[in-house]
Design a protein around this ligand. Structure first.
Ligand SMILES: [Zn+2]
Length: 511
């Protein structure tokens, strides 16, 4: 193991991690240095992590019994390149580092600022579905319980959830960040000590850039746009749900527009786009958590009276609500399209176990791919990015990307929902649909630590998918190698116009 790491180190020019980090820390050239750092780090830059067994780029993979020498060679080349290529991370919910250091791990849930945070998103859902009581679950995330006592609360369920994608992402984070191989009564104190040691100023750069080798993230911070203090690392989407669902009238406040009619509300939406579209990478809607994405074209005239009812806080019939949402959805989507912003839509599986509203309406989610094809047909000039491969209906998403020039599929979150399905999806996608329309990674996390685990799982899955395609003779080794940069990095840079965004964002002073 050590030998191969040393060899890799030599092969990639022997860059020292520390010198790269120091280079990167120069504030004036923050962005450029981050990119060159990632390049310079090569396969070995973050050798403590990327060369490690949990990360997946390890010696056994290249020397496994039963492999032919061709297979070994292909495996080695593919794994090395996948592990040296920087990700563009197309979807996160990360708060700014300063907020996290103040104890706010995300906007909508405040929990204890201890090691339980790394379980808080998404493993907390597996903790309920495994059968943990609500009482114990609440205690586990409570600031009133000693961090070292929390093992007792989780010990009976841990063996059954540590192997899910959510569990594996957390295990990798504990191993790589805190040096803990196995969570137990013996190691829980070490996990907490590691948590405190890592969670310090600069830990976003360390985890995201140095260890997970992420060049930039795309953050969904809720409705509207967030002026982040880390604009080139935490690039932002414009959240459009509140513009059409409800709609959320509070979104009118910052605009200064007095909303008395639907036309005024259009002005509110215009304000958000006029002010922030040039800085945003995309627009994002997770409205599929409330309904299907079957938005029809509804004229202003048809929607006007319904909106006025909404303003008077009169209840709307389901049909009226849908018509209003449909009208405003297209208003916002047309704005995004005018401003050159892709439209990211949640599809498929639901996050978060909710005791008050337990829901996973698969019959509705199964309708997402069909509705997605309608959207692509209705607005050919809009670029739709369908997120999360619409798990578990991912086969259908491949056919959408194959057929519609304006359909893109984003694998964000998918690697930890079901790592094997995600690998299966990628294999099938690459031999079916155009390779310029696939995005392969988004951590989709609020806490930053498990992004590291998710990135490792994704790299392992991408490398395995390509290796298997070569072994099964669907792709040549050269063909597989050529795909690595586009699917991990280049596609996202071009779809979201990142060259131009970086230039603009490196000049803003927010936060
Ligand atoms: Zn998300």
């Amino acid at each position: 193991m050590l030998k191969i790491v040393q060899k890799l180190f030599k092969d990639f020019g022997g860059y020292s991690v520390r010198s790269c980090v120091m280079k990167k820390e120069k504030k004036d050239k923050k962005l450029i240095s981050r990119r060159s750092t990632l390049k310079g780090m090569g396969a070995i830059g973050a050798l403590g992590f990327l060369g490690s067994k949990t990360a997946g780029c390890n010696e056994e993979r290249f020397t496994g019994a039963g492999l032919t020498s061709d297979s070994r060679e292909a495996r080695k080349k593919i794994f090395q390149k996948v592990f040296e290529t920087a990700f563009i991370d197309t979807h996160e919910h990360l708060p700014d580092e300063g907020e996290r250091l103040n104890g706010n791990y995300c906007r909508y849930r405040k929990r204890a600022d201890d090691w339980s945070i790394i379980f808080a998103h998404y493993l907390d859902s597996d903790m309920r579905s495994v059968g943990m009581s609500k009482k114990d679950w609440k205690k586990f995330f409570s600031a009133k319980v000693e961090p070292s006592k929390k093992w007792e609360l989780i010990k009976t369920v841990w063996p059954f959830i540590k192997n899910t994608g959510y569990g594996q992402a957390v295990c990798i984070a504990m191993k790589e960040l805190y040096g803990v191989d196995e969570l137990s009564a013996k190691t829980v104190k070490k996990v907490q000590a590691g948590y405190e040691k890592v969670r310090r100023p600069g830990f976003y750069n360390r985890i995201l850039c140095d260890l997970a080798k992420i060049e930039s993230c795309q953050v969904n911070s809720g409705d509207g746009f967030r002026e982040t203090s880390m604009p080139t690392l935490l690039m932002q989407d414009i959240g459009i749900v509140g513009m059409f669902a409800g709609p959320e009238l509070r979104l009118g406040k910052p605009t200064g527009v007095k909303v008395a009619s639907l036309y005024d509300w259009h002005e509110v939406i215009d304000w958000w786009f006029n002010k922030y579209a040039k800085y945003a990478v995309a627009v994002k809607s997770q409205n599929a958590y409330s309904r299907n994405i079957d938005y029809e074209k509804v004229t202003t005239e048809e929607a006007e009276a319904i909106f006025e009812k909404r303003l008077r806080e009169q209840s709307l019939a389901a049909k009226e609500q849908k018509a209003l949402e449909d009208h405003l959805f297209w208003y916002a989507v047309n704005k995004a399209t005018e401003h050159g912003l892709p439209v990211k839509l949640h599809t498929g599986y639901y996050a978060i176990w909710d005791d008050k509203k337990p829901r996973m309406p698969l019959s509705r989610l199964a309708g997402n791919p069909g509705a997605a094809t309608d959207l692509c047909r209705m607005s050919p000039e809009t670029r739709f990015v369908f997120m999360h491969i619409c798990y578990p209906y991912y086969e259908a998403m491949i056919s959408i990307a194959k057929h519609y020039p304006n359909a893109y599929v984003d694998m964000c979150w998918a690697w930890i929902i079901n790592p094997v399905a995600a690998k299966d999806f990628l294999k099938k996608y690459l031999v079916t649909a155009p390779a310029n329309k696939i995005l392969t990674f988004g951590g989709d996390y609020s806490p930053v630590e498990p992004v590291l685990g998710h990135a490792a799982i994704a790299r392992r899955g991408i490398a395995l998918a390509l290796t298997e395609l070569v072994e099964e003779e669907w792709l040549s080794l050269d063909g597989a190698m050529e795909l690595i940069d586009p699917i991990m990095h280049g596609n996202a840079r071009s779809i979201f116009n990142l060259g131009e965004k970086e230039k603009l964002l490196s000049r803003v002073k927010w936060g």
